[in-house]
Design a protein around this ligand. Structure first.
Ligand SMILES: *Cc1c(COP(=O)(O)O)cnc(C)c1O
Length: 283
C-alpha cells in the first residue's frame, strides 16, 4: 500500500502505540464508547488518506474480551453489531446473556482447541484464527450438524516468533488448497498478530508480509476460497496495519479501556508475565 518512492524513499513515521499499553482510560458510559469509536474511526480514516485508500474498505471490529455484560450492552447502544472475543467460552457466555439482542454477532479471534469447535459452530458468525486441518474438520462436522456456515480467516504467523499461533507463511498455500473439502467454512482472508514491539518498522514488516502473501496466493487459490480480507492491527498498531492494507482491524483497549489481564493470558510470547498456555499449541 505505502509506496516508498512517493515520499522520496522515506517510510512514513507512523509510530506504534504499544507504549500506551495498559494506560487507556476506562469507558464507563455510552458517550465514552461513542467518543472512542469515533476517535478510532477518525484515525483509520487518516491512515487511509495517507495510503490513498477508501475508509469504507476498513471494518473496525471492537474487541470486548474481559469486559462485563454491562459494557457489552453499552457497546450495543453505541452502535456495535459485531464484537470480537479471544476465548470461546467467554464469548459463548456473553452470547447467551445477550439473547435479547439477536442482531449482535460474535467473531472468535483467538486460538481454538478442537474440543471447543462445537461451541463456535453454534453461535459464532466469524472465526479468525483457523490454523489447522484438525480444527477445520471439527468445525465442518459441527457446522453441518447445526445447519450453519462460518466465515473464516486463516491465521498466519508473520513475526516468526515460535510461540505465536498461526501457520508459517510457507505452509499457507497448501493449507488453502485443502479447505474446499470443508464447504461450511467460507474462507474470507488472512489474519495475523504482528510482533508486539515499539519498533514500528519491524511491526510494519509483519503487515507487509501478510499483504504480499495474500497478493501472491490470490492468483492461485482454488475456486471458492476468498482472500480479499486482511485482518491485522490492534490498539497499538492499527494505523500501520491500515497503511499496509488491513481490511479488518481488531481494537479492544482503545475503545473499552485498558485490560487488567496481561496479554500473555491471550497469546503466548507477548512479553508480559508467565502464562500457562505458553508453547502449548493445542494442549
Ligand atoms: C485482544 C486482541 C486484540 C485487541 O487488542 P487490543 O490491545 O485490546 O486492541 C486483537 N487481536 C486479538 C487476537 C486479540 O486477542
Amino acid at each position: 500500500m505505502h509506496d516508498p518512492s512517493a515520499t522520496g524513499g522515506v517510510p512514513p513515521a507512523t509510530p506504534t502505540r504499544h507504549d500506551r499499553h495498559g494506560r487507556y482510560p476506562q469507558a464507563g458510559t455510552v458517550e465514552d464508547l461513542r467518543h472512542n469509536l469515533a476517535a478510532v474511526q477518525a484515525r483509520i480514516a487518516a491512515a487511509c488518506r495517507r495510503a490513498g485508500r477508501d475508509p469504507a474498505g476498513v471494518r473496525l471490529l471492537p474487541v470486548s474480551k474481559t469486559r462485563p455484560e454491562a459494557d457489552i450492552r453499552l457497546a450495543y447502544a453505541a452502535g456495535c453489531r459485531m464484537l470480537g472475543e479471544n476465548k470461546v467460552q467467554e464469548a459463548q457466555r456473553k452470547w447467551e446473556a445477550m439473547a435479547d439482542l439477536p442482531d449482535l454477532r460474535w467473531s472468535v479471534i483467538g486460538h481454538l482447541q478442537t474440543n471447543k469447535a462445537r461451541l463456535v459452530a453454534r453461535f459464532a458468525s466469524e472465526f479468525q484464527a483457523l490454523d489447522s486441518l484438525r480444527v477445520a474438520e471439527a468445525l465442518e462436522r459441527r457446522l453441518q450438524a447445526e445447519g450453519r456456515a462460518l466465515d473464516v480467516f486463516v491465521q498466519v504467523n508473520t513475526s516468526g516468533e515460535p510461540s505465536k499461533y498461526g501457520l508459517p507463511p510457507s505452509e499457507v498455500a497448501a493449507f488453502l488448497w485443502a479447505l474446499p473439502a470443508f464447504p461450511a467454512l467460507r474462507v474470507r482472508g488472512l489474519m495475523t498478530l504482528a510482533l508486539f514491539s515499539s519498533e514500528a518498522e519491524r511491526v510494519r514488516q509483519c503487515f507487509v508480509l501478510l499483504r504480499t502473501l495474500r497478493d501472491r496466493l490470490r492468483q492461485i487459490v482454488p475456486d471458492g476460497v476468498g482472500l480479499d480480507k486482511l485482518s491485522m492491527g490492534m490498539s497499538g498498531d492499527f494505523e500501520i496495519a491500515v497503511e499496509e492494507g488491513a481490511t479488518v482491524v481488531r481494537v479492544g483497549q482503545a475503545i473499552f479501556g485498558a485490560r487488567a489481564l496481561p496479554d500473555s493470558h491471550y497469546w503466548p510470547g507477548s512479553g508480559a508475565s508467565g502464562s500457562q498456555e505458553s508453547g502449548g499449541r493445542d494442549a
